[in-house]
Every structure is written in C-alpha cells, then in structure tokens.
Design a protein around this ligand. Structure first.
Ligand code: COA
Ligand code: ZN
Length: 368
C-alpha cells in the first residue's frame, strides 16, 4: 500500500514521554532531543504542557526559541489558563484535549454532553481568538459514543480548529476497530485527522499504521515508545515500517535512529529492551546455527531490513545453539582454519557449556 506523501508524524517524547514513570528530562536534555528529532525529520514536536510545573513551562519557553523545521506544539487542557500559557510563550500550535467518553464526562468532569460541548466550544474559540493553531484531541475517543465524537469533531471544526485528534487513551483499539473508527471520522470531517495510540495491549504501532491506512493525516509517536504506562508507538518502528512496508520514501533520516534512541535512553535512564525492533541490541543479531548459516550466505534469509539501512551492524553469536557452518565462519573471520574433526571437537566443547551465552574470540582461541 502506498500512502499519499503528506502523512505526518508528531513526536511526543518531550511531553507524553516525560509522563513515563521514572522519567524527568533536564532542559538541556530536552534541547538535545528536540534538535535530534528535527534532524530526523518529524513534522510536529510536542514541547510539553506548561501548566504542569515551572521547569516544564521554562522548557517550553526555551524549546520554542529553537530554530526548528518541525511545528512546535504546547499541550494543554481546554481551560483558559493553559491557553494563556501557550499564548504567553508564543508557541504557534496548541494541542488542546478534553475527555469525551462517558467515563470522562461522568467521573472527570461531572458534566452532561451538552455542557461538555459548551466548555469545549468556549475553549477552542478562546484559543482561536488568541491566534493559536489548534489541534483538538478527543481524549478517550475510542470509548466515546461515535455520534457524540462526530458532533464534537464537527463543532470544533466549525470553530476553526485546524486538526482533530482521536486518542485511544487506554489502548483498547485493534487494527480493525481503528480502521472502522478512523474511516468514519475522516468521512465526516474536512480537517486533517490525527490519531494518538497507546500500547496497553501491544498494538499501538499496528493501530497507528491502520489509522494512516484509513486516511488519518498524522500519528503520534515517542522515541523508545515512552509514555504513560506502556507508552506510545515507537518512533523507530513506525518510521521504518512506513519506509519498508508501505514504501513511504525519503521522509526521515533513518540513519539517525540509533543515535536518537541512545540520546533518549540515556536521558530517560530506563533500561533499553534488547529485543526492541530496529534499535534493540538483538535486532540484527543471529544465533541458531541454521539462521547464521543462511544469513552468512544471504542476509535477507533472516533479516526484514538490512542493518546498514538504519546505521546498525549485524552480529553473529556463538553459543550452544551454534552449528558447524556458523562456527567455521566465525573461525575464518578470526583468521583460523581448522580440520573437520577439530571443528567437531570445538563445537562439542561449546555445547557442553550452556552457561556461556556468547563466546568471545579469545575464548574460542583458548579451546583451540
Ligand atoms: N480540559 C478542561 N478541563 C480539564 C481538563 C481538560 N482536558 N482536564 C482536567 N480539567 C479540569 C478538571 O476537571 C479540574 O477542574 P475542577 O478544578 O473544576 O475540578 C481542573 O481541570 C484541574 O484538574 P487536573 O488537571 O486534573 O488538576 P491537577 O492539579 O490534579 O493536575 C496537571 C494538573 C497540569 C498536573 C494535570 O492536568 C496533568 O497531569 N497534565 C498533564 C497530563 C495530561 O495532559 N494528560 C492528558 C493527556 S495524555
Ligand atoms: Zn497519551
């Protein structure tokens, strides 16, 4: 499937990413991350919610001064104080949200649908009067009654809102449900649709891609999938999948991904997952004998993309799963040639040491 070239990515590492339990970025870290995201080529960068704390407010001020190609967005509630913050800082875009599901209306706001519509209308009109570009997010859209969701969308559109965003706040969509929801909303609206997916069932990336297939303009991501609870779709997976599986070419500097992930992982101080696609330690590492043998001959046998395309390297592990061909290949790269019988003996020795999960060259030399 080939998308129109105008699909967009909004990166929320600095906003929702900082809502990850255990994470608080310094302003210098935020500056470095914003610059790296811009070099990578995202379309929108959420700078933060100024109303959260003085340091977030200051960070949004400082980040807003950076010379970036990406559109800068301040996050905030549908309340005048948050709108005033965005205006005072001078951020061009505000991402304004209001929970529209029955749960939000009842338990968060204790309002009826018509009261909610009035509050939303008053806030978006206030924001537009102040000259902001507005993305309005229906928080918990996936658990909102569809007719009410359309009513909210059309109302904010009539008030001049620039983008309408659907948040799958607790990650309860599936790809098929995402397609149904987004197609319906796209058919009922004229302004571009954004989708914000959560990963509570591990489907955030699949749902986000389904949203684009169904006609959404923009999806939200975070580096390393940071965010509340199980986080958002990962920037790396989304952009590499769009490039490789959907043939969206030339939009992003994919070679920046390892550097960008390292930067965010070091600032978040969270352990990166070894088996994370694209940037995880194991993403281009092969182990079982059969796999290594095939990869040495033809890497595509067990690689969906080449490691070089994302500035990574291929690794071949030697342990008890190693086969003869893989060991022979490794010894050859070490400049050693051994007889078939010696190869069998070395392999036997390796297989008698299940506790060793990655034999180094020096250790192999020692057995030989
Ligand atoms: N739009 C309008 N009003 C909202 C709102 C929204 N989206 N969300 C909450 N409010 C109202 C609440 O109903 C409450 O009103 P009340 O005082 O009349 O009861 C008031 O705002 C304060 O609620 P809340 O924001 O929950 O206050 P708090 O002091 O506990 O928390 C923040 C303040 C800034 C820390 C909090 O808003 C926050 O965590 N923001 C960042 C997270 C976020 O934006 N999450 C949602 C999207 S992922
Ligand atoms: Zn979220």
């Amino acid at each position: 499937m080939i998308f129109e070239s105008n699909i967009e990515i909004l990166d929320s590492t600095l906003r929702e990413g900082e809502q990850t339990p255990g994470v608080s970025f310094t302003i210098d870290e935020k500056i470095a991350i914003a610059k790296a995201l811009d070099v990578f080529g995202v379309d929108f960068i959420e700078l933060g919610h100024p109303g959260v704390s003085p340091d977030v407010y200051e960070a949004v001020e400082v980040l807003n001064e950076l010379d970036l190609n990406a559109k800068k967005v301040a996050h905030g509630r549908a309340v005048n104080s948050d709108i005033n913050d965005a205006v005072a800082i001078g951020v061009p875009w505000m991402g304004m949200f209001f929970g529209t599901s029955p749960l939000s209306l009842k338990h968060k706001f204790n309002v009826t649908k018509s009261e909610a519509l009035k509050r939303i209308e008053s806030a978006v009109k206030y924001g537009k009067d102040k000259g902001l570009k507005l993305r309005f997010t229906a928080e918990d859209a996936s658990r909102t009654d569809i007719d009410f969701l359309i009513q909210v969308g059309q109302m904010v559109q009539n008030c001049g809102v620039d983008r309408f965003s659907l948040a799958d706040t607790v990650g309860c969509l599936t790809p098929a449900k995402t397609t149904e929801l987004v197609s319906r909303i796209v058919s009922e609206m004229d302004i571009p649709i954004h989708v914000h997916c959560h990963n509570d069932f591990g489907m955030a990336t699949a749902n986000a891609l389904s949203a684009l297939e169904a006609g959404a303009r923009c999806i939200d991501v975070a580096v390393s999938g940071l965010g509340e609870r199980c986080g958002l779709p990962r920037l790396a997976e989304v952009t590499v999948a769009l490039t490789e599986l959907y043939d969206v070419r030339g939009k992003w500097n994919l070679g920046q991904l390892p550097q960008l992930s390292k930067l965010v992982d070091s600032a978040s101080r969270l352990e990166p997952n070894a088996n994370q696609p694209i940037i995880g330690k194991n993403a281009f590492t092969h182990k079982a004998g059969l796999h290594v043998k095939a990869v040495v001959k033809e890497p595509q046998s067990y690689e969906a993309i080449s490691p070089e395309s994302v500035h990574r390297k291929r690794h071949l592990v030697i342990d008890k799963y190693t086969g003869k061909a893989a060991l022979k290949n490794r010894l050859e790269t070490m400049g050693m040639s051994v007889s078939e019988q010696e190869l069998d003996t070395i392999l036997k020795e390796i297989k008698y040491h299940p506790e060793k999960v990655a034999w180094e060259d020096e250790e192999l030399r020692r057995i030989i």
